[in-house]
Every structure is written in C-alpha cells, then in structure tokens.
Design a protein around this ligand. Structure first.
Ligand code: ATP
Ligand code: MG
Length: 391
C-alpha cells in the first residue's frame, strides 16, 4: 500500500516527535479497494496540545477540538488528526456522554462502526486489522464491529450507515448485522434528522440502492413514514435515474402528494432549494407532458429546470417515452418564449397600452400562453393588438 506524499508527511511528522500515527477508517478501506479516498483520517496517541506543537509550521483548523480532532492542512489538503478515542456510555442512543482518550489503537478501532471501516495502516507497521475487515472487504460484506445489537443501540445512526455503505459499495449485510438492524430500527427516531438525511442522500445515490431499499424498506419507513408499505419503482428505470429523481420516484410510486413530500423534507431538515425543487417537480408530474403544447405549458408554468425534472421523473416512471426529453431540448433550443422576459413586450409597453400596474403580471402570462398556443406571434405589434383586443 503506497500512501500519498501528504499522508506520509503527516505520519512521519508525528513519528519524528515520538508519537505513533496511522491512517484509519474510510481512507484505509478505500485504499484497499483501490479507490481514491474522499479524505484522510489519521489516528494518533498525541493529545491535541501535542499535535499543535508537532504541526506548528502548518495551518491548523480546530473545528473538531472538542472530540480531540485537529485538521492539519498539508499542501492545501486537509488531514483530520484525532487522538485515540474511546467513546463513553451512550444513554440517549445518539451521543456518547463523554469522549475519553484511549490508550492504544485497538481501543480506538473497536469503537468504530463496521469491520471494513475499522482498519488502520502505517507504512512501517503495515495494516492493523483486528476484526477481519480485510476479509469482509474481499467478500464484500458490511459487518458491525462487536455485537451488532449493542452497537446499533449505542448509536442508531449506524443502522442507516450500514445501509448506506452496503448501497454505495454494493456490499451485502452480514446476517447477524442485518437482523440487528431490523430489530433496533425504531431507535432511529432518536437520531438527529440532518445526520439521517446526509446518510439517506448517499444511500439513495449508491449502486446498490435498489437492492438495499427493497430489503430494508421497514427501516426506511421509520424516518420516512410517507413511504410506509413501500412499493418500489421499476428497477432498471430507478438505476438509470439521477439521485434526486430516484428520491422523487419513491414518493411518486407510493402516491405521496407534493405537499406531503415537502413536509417529509422539512422534517428531515433538507435545504429549501432541494425541498422546493422536489415539491415543484412532483406537483408538475401530475400534468400532461406528452405533446409539444403540454411541454410548452409546463415551461411557462415551471421554468426550464423544473420542467426538465418533471420530464425526467415521468420518463423514469414510464409515463412518457424517452423521446420526450429530446422534444423538450428542441423546444428550448428553438428559443421558444417561456419566461416573461422572452416576450416582445415589456410591462412598460402594457402600461402604455392602458393596463394598470396590478394587471400586468397576469396579462404577460396570458400572452405567453397565447404565443405557446399559436394564437398570436411573439412580436410587439401582435402582442399589443392582443392586449387591446380583449379590453
Ligand atoms: P466516506 O467515504 O463517506 O467519508 P468514511 O468511512 O470515511 O466514509 P466517515 O463518516 O467519514 O465515513 O467516518 C470516518 C470513520 O469514522 C469511519 O470509517 C468509521 O471508522 C468511524 N465512524 C464514523 N461514524 C461512526 C459512528 N457513527 N459510529 C462508529 N464509528 C464511526
Ligand atoms: Mg470520511
């Protein structure tokens, strides 16, 4: 295993100062899978104060200091360096009551969630694999470290993390771990919703998402009760869809209304942009999108981004054919006027034509619809004529 230069700098800096240091967690897992890790975590016996001295020549961020973590920037790349940790008792199933430092790396590794995430690597000492992580990695298995029932009871976020890793890595879940997931699933209600949603987002985007959602729908229903009795969309369409469309497919197939979807997203504390996009796409998806005129009306009412989402969702649900996507692209490429600003008249022109300020918005929209329906051309003369004719 060949560590990158920056990782070697972090490890050797600590070692030169008499400390022990290892790359740990997801970065070791990704390395063994020959994947570029997202980020590097380093675990060490140095305390935060000692780390600060070791890395005095480096830029340090101390956002995680309460958990014994310093982020060291090495050539601009962040390394999270954490003192060996031993979590305290969990009485709320969510946060350890205290964080104490562990004496050695094996204590630190044994508090980690899954065997494939509980390995450490040091260039001189090689791999530290106390729980058979390497074997599980080659057998493509997610297995809890220690007694799964206890580990999920301590921290119920791990339940969703198990599904998330099984989905993104396309692994299966070991039988005992899967059973414990099903029996402890109710504890998810105690977990912070932001953290649930962060894992859900990764879960649903994973290659194995369809399989995991089908097998563990009872777990999903705990935090998204709107999907109770979960019906699944068609597998090949689900797999072909983008993550945000996959989420909407699940809600649509289960007959959840746009406003109930929005309520679910509010409960899960997603950002407004995500919620509003999904709500608009779901509300538009009940409308027709199968003709040129229908697509033009969608564009006028929803704009291009939402209309593209509506079409993607309807294609994914098998309600319209794939070719509707190209049809929409052609309409957009033809410079079809669908925004008020695309009209050959402005609000001012309508004021001159004798409309009052409060009438203008609705009138411009009506003109757009008339242009879409071919009743009038998008020229200033014709539009002004269309305005005055109705008065
Ligand atoms: P990713 O590639 O998504 O970053 P990761 O494995 O690095 O995956 P992180 O959430 O970054 O996941 O966590 C880093 C490591 O910390 C994990 O590999 C695991 O060892 C440990 N860990 C994270 N969350 C938990 C948890 N809830 N319980 C126990 N260990 C955890
Ligand atoms: Mg990580």
């Amino acid at each position: 295993m060949q560590l990158c230069e920056n990782a070697n700098i972090v490890i050797s800096k600590l070692e030169e100062n008499g400390f022990s240091a290892d790359i740990v967690g997801g970065s070791v897992r990704d390395f063994l899978l020959l994947k570029e890790p997202n980020d590097y975590d380093v675990t060490t016996d140095a305390t935060p104060a000692e780390m600060r001295r070791v890395f005095s020549d480096f830029k340090i961020l101390d956002t995680g200091i309460a958990h014994g973590t310093l982020t060291v920037l090495v050539n601009g790349e962040p390394y999270e360096v954490t003192t060996y940790r031993l979590d305290g008792e969990y009485t709320d199933g969510r946060h350890p009551d205290s964080v104490s430092f562990a004496k050695n790396i094996s204590e630190d590794l044994s508090r980690r969630d899954f065997t494939v995430n509980a390995m450490a690597y040091n260039p001189r000492r090689g791999l530290t694999d106390l729980f058979g992580g390497r074997e599980d990695l080659s057998a493509r298995i997610i297995r809890a470290v220690g007694d799964p029932h206890r580990r999920f009871s301590e921290d119920a976020l791990r339940i969703i993390r198990a599904l998330r890793f099984a989905s993104t890595l396309d692994f299966s879940i070991e039988d005992g771990t899967a059973t414990a997931i099903k029996t402890t699933r109710g504890l998810i209600e105690k977990v912070s919703r932001e953290r649930i949603y962060a894992e859900w987002k990764k879960l649903i985007a994973g290659v194995g998402a369809y399989r995991i959602l089908s097998e563990f729908s009872a777990v999903i229903e705990v935090f998204i009760p709107e999907l109770s009795g979960m019906k699944m969309p068609r597998e090949e369409n689900f797999n072909a869809a983008a993550p945000e469309i996959r989420e909407l497919m699940l809600f649509a197939v289960n007959g959840v209304s746009a406003s109930d979807y929005a309520a679910a997203m509010t409960r899960l504390r997603t950002d407004n942009k995500h919620r509003k996009y999904g709500e608009a796409v779901l509300s538009g998806a009940v409308l027709d999108a199968s003709s040129e005129l229908a697509l033009k009306l969608l564009l006028i009412n929803y704009g291009s981004e939402i209309t593209e989402g509506i079409v993607d969702l309807k294609v994914a649900l098998g309600e319209v054919s794939d070719s509707v996507r190209e049809e929409l692209a052609e309409i957009l490429a033809s410079n079809f006027p669908y925004r008020l600003s695309d009209l050959a008249v402005t609000g001012n022109d309508l004021l001159y034509a004798g409309l009052s300020g409060s009438e203008i918005g609705a009138e411009l929209k009506r003109l757009l619809l008339m242009v879409a329906e071919g009743q009038v051309k998008n020229t200033k003369e014709e539009l002004i004529l269309a305005v005055t004719k109705t008065r």
